[in-house]
Design a binder for this molecule. Structure first.
Ligand code: HEM
Length: 264
């Protein structure tokens, strides 16, 4: 891609001469507008050069090597599972952000403020029941999709060289997906949450040598308290979203650079 830098007037004329469709004109006008201010074309060129450098070093895919491009892979739909995980994550993030307007991680009162907020969302808030259901469903669909995506990567041999890094990133992602689920499960601070939290404390305490330290760190003590809920909340709505979003971006960036693997 190489776009000559001209002044504004030149670009207008150049665009008109080309007889472009409205979509093309909008795209190019936006690109030129951005480039004038942020010189993004330079960066795009650097990215493109990088892309070709990396791609040239990739081994040939099976399709290229054996001329199989006209063969139908019957497992193709399963290649959508990664995207399906991403979509579920986005839905959970958006619905979670909206729920955040109504939730507060407080154990004050009996029933606690956190539980009362949940009751408010479920009973009084317009579309609150729907919002919470969307969030919970998205979370559960994500766990299932990520797991199935992992199976598809395993059974098509897509974890092999040169994709080991993405496999390891994937292991981190599936683990963090479960931490997301666990921390979220505790937020309603109902009976299910409380006893799931208790199990978490006991499991931490059972870690040899550093058990007590782990329980302190993760749960803020050996029994459940305000400190526990606050930790789960910050993990769930602040730390994990940043980390998981970044890792998913890197994961998909690597797929983009390496190209999708065909079955081995
Ligand atoms: C938050 C969780 C995850 C998201 C959002 C995600 C997303 C994606 C997407 C969109 C792709 C493109 C290909 C496809 O969709 O099949 C992909 C490929 C890949 N994923 Fe994931 N993934 C996740 C978890 C995992 C896990 C748990 C593993 C394995 C432990 C894994 C390993 C891989 C590998 C090796 C590829 C390259 C596959 C190929 O080139 O054919 N991912 N991922």
């Amino acid at each position: 891609m190489s776009i000559e830098r001209k002044d504004e007037h030149d670009h207008g004329e150049w665009l008109r001469e080309k007889e472009l469709t409205p979509i093309e004109t909008t795209f190019l006008t936006t690109l030129i507008w951005m480039d004038k201010r942020f010189r993004i074309v330079d960066y795009l060129e650097i990215l493109e050069t990088l892309y070709y450098r990396v791609n040239l070093q990739m081994p040939k895919s099976h399709t290229e090597q054996y001329g199989l491009d006209n063969k139908f892979w019957y497992w193709y739909p399963l290649y959508a599972l990664g995207s399906f995980s991403t979509i579920a994550y986005v839905v959970a993030a958006v619905s979670g952000a909206l729920l955040g307007f109504y939730y507060s991680p407080s154990t004050a009162g009996d029933p606690t403020a956190a539980y009362n907020q949940l009751a408010y969302i479920m009973v009084d808030l317009n579309f609150g029941f729907m919002l919470r259901s969307i969030h919970r469903w998205a979370a559960q669909v994500m766990v299932a999709a990520v797991f199935l995506h992992m199976l598809r990567v395993y059974f098509t041999g897509a974890y092999k060289e040169p994709r080991e890094v993405n496999w390891i990133l994937g292991i981190i992602l599936i683990s963090l997906t479960m931490v997301f689920g666990y921390t979220g499960y505790l937020l309603p601070w109902d009976q299910l949450a409380f006893w799931a939290g208790q199990i978490g404390v006991e499991m931490s305490l059972s870690v040899p040598l550093i058990g007590e330290w782990v329980a302190q760190l993760l749960f803020g003590g050996f029994s459940l308290s305000q400190a526990t809920l606050q930790r789960m909340y910050i993990l769930h709505v602040f730390l994990l979203p940043f980390v998981v979003t970044t890792l998913i971006a890197v994961h998909i960036g690597i797929v983009w650079m390496q190209g999708i693997a065909e079955p081995h």
